[in-house]
Write a protein that binds this ligand. Sequence first.
Ligand SMILES: [Zn+2]
Length: 212
Amino acid sequence: MLLDLLEILFPSECANCGYIGRALCDRCLDTLIYEPHTREIEDLKVCIAMYYDPDSILEKLILPFKYNHQKDIFRLFVPHMNRALQLLYFPEEILLIPVPLHKNRELERGYNQAEVLANYLGKKNGINVVNLIERVKNTEKQSLTKSRSEREKNMEDAFKIVGKVSKHGHLVLVDDIVTTGSTLLACMKVLQDAGYEKISALTLAERESFRH
Ligand SMILES: [Zn+2]
């Protein structure tokens, strides 16, 4: 409500079309097609709110350096991510674990989008968000053109565990976009090595090329 009030007092521009009023206007928001679904990537179950079309406005929103003053845009995606999360059933308590950025990249960008999404989701649902993983290697951007073994090599030792939570809970890795899944798998591996067994993932979008 405070945010709504702030938008009335200090109207922002739509990040896509420039329409004055909201950080992302309803018309532009409606161009995104939400299709909550799940996908198994090796042993990891990932729930996903929508498909990612590089021509969509999502492309503009996820570009680094741009619009980073408008991170509350991500608040608009929370209901859709909730719907995706409900596709998985967790009898045990869940914790949201943002996929970390390397600190240099986070400094450049100003924030970690995965963490912003996780925090909005956590707040809305009363779920704790824990920064359990740190990115210790500034990996190159994962590319679809790389082979799987190249991607795995790139992600080797990229993450480490920096905290401790109960082993009884269910850990849900949160990220903005899943492309090859190698980042999520690398996070899962480091958690498994630390003795965590119940691990799933939730992302805002899945890259369109996965859609068949
Ligand atoms: Zn717009």
